[in-house]
Design a protein around this ligand. Structure first.
Ligand SMILES: *Cc1c(COP(=O)(O)O)cnc(C)c1O
Length: 362
């Protein structure tokens, strides 16, 4: 049976004529960078998120970097991140000469462990970057309360959680800045690279636009050092179409997750926890098992795609050896050894899912 981790082709074919026309329109317009199509998408996404400002950029990693530059974090400042996440989150912190301070995560929802967070705050701490891992939001009320008490910025990494809600608010719109990625396999994916920042703060929005565009205040006037990070019009045109289907995509992912849950009922494998404070948009469907490597072998033999997000705690990565040396975070270590993610996308069929689970348990 042909099964993909993410079926981008199947998703495209359902909206092919709309997408093709939108791409051709941009080509005919020759407005490839910035311009009306990018503005329209930013406006539509802002409306969807109930957020004042959306600023497109080149990718999700840049979004995080631009956020930290716009907040004027200075070399030596400390930024708190979960140790169980994709590398990009901590990478940009190190790249800017800031210090990534890694905190453990919860065993149930995989998100930053807020009851341990405060002990990592020093006088150098300037920001917290919660990651809403696999499509479910971190405990934002607690994070905002800690940030408020210590005067810290909160930059939400919503690369995997776009469209999900925390207590009725859209993911990425609660902190000072939210960041997302439009990498093709993300929940709102384009056909190349793309990313965006969200904020409700007018002044911050201006700074973000400036930083992402060579620090330019008006043409050829450079008020600060910036970067070149733009969302191009072809990607914006594609995203503007897919945005209309984002809630349907989330519903399809949730239905697939519900079916996986049912198929795995009464079996000694832990299915994903659902936090009552957050909706879950299932960027990944991630199981926990003490026999993870055995399950992995079953899937491999059957040719069923699967992946371990993430196999190594960030502090054990060679690139981060100068930071957080000798750190040992119990839950992070445990998760790296017990998680496995199954195929999850908008086009999964019941028979595919039954086959996957049969192979997993065979
Ligand atoms: C994908 C991802 C990013 C980076 O996004 P890119 O567009 O690939 O640069 C950052 N953080 C998390 C949690 C991600 O999943």
């Amino acid at each position: 049976m042909n099964i993909e981790m993410v079926d981008l082709k199947g998703q495209y074919l359902k909206i092919k004529s709309e997408i093709d026309q939108a791409v051709l329109d941009v080509i005919n317009s020759t407005r490839f960078i910035k311009g009306p199509v990018v503005n329209r998408f930013e406006k539509n996404l802002a409306e969807y998120l109930h957020c004042k400002h959306v600023i497109g950029c080149a990718n999700g990693t840049d979004a995080l970097q631009v956020a930290m530059m716009a907040l004027e974090l200075q070399p030596g400042d400390e930024v708190i991140v979960p140790a169980f996440t994709y590398v990009a989150t901590a990478e940009v912190i190190a790249l800017l000469g800031l210090k990534p301070v890694m905190v453990d995560v919860n065993l149930d929802d995989f998100n930053i462990k807020v009851d341990e967070l405060e002990q990592y705050i020093t006088e150098k701490t300037k920001a917290i970057v919660p990651v809403h891992l696999f499509g479910q939001n971190a405990d934002m009320d607690a994070i905002m309360a800690i940030a408020g008490k210590h005067g810290l910025f909160v930059i939400e990494d919503a690369a995997q959680s776009i469209g999900s809600e925390y207590k009725g608010k859209k993911s990425g719109t609660i902190g000072h800045i939210g960041c997302t990625s439009f990498f093709p396999s993300k929940n709102l994916g384009c056909m190349g690279d793309g990313g965006a920042l969200f904020t409700n703060d007018d002044e911050l929005a201006l700074k973000i636009r400036m930083v992402a565009n060579h620090g330019q205040s008006k043409q050829y006037h450079h008020a600060r050092i910036g970067v070149n990070s733009r969302l191009d019009a072809i990607q914006a045109a594609i995203l503007d179409i897919k945005l209309k289907y984002l809630d349907d995509y989330a519903a399809a992912r949730r239905d697939a997750a519900d079916l996986y849950d049912r198929l795995l009922k009464n079996i000694d494998i832990t299915t994903p926890y659902r936090n009552p404070d957050s909706t879950h948009v299932f960027h990944q469907y991630t199981l926990k098992s003490d026999h993870r490597d055995q399950l992995k072998e079953h899937l491999k033999e059957a040719g069923v795609p699967h992946n371990v997000y993430y196999p190594i705690p960030l502090y054990k990565q060679e690139a981060f050896k100068n930071w957080n040396e000798n750190l040992y975070l119990e839950n992070t270590e445990k998760l790296c050894e017990s998680v496995i993610s199954l195929p999850m996308h908008t086009e999964l069929t019941q028979s595919q899912q039954e086959y996957i689970i049969n192979q997993l348990l065979s």
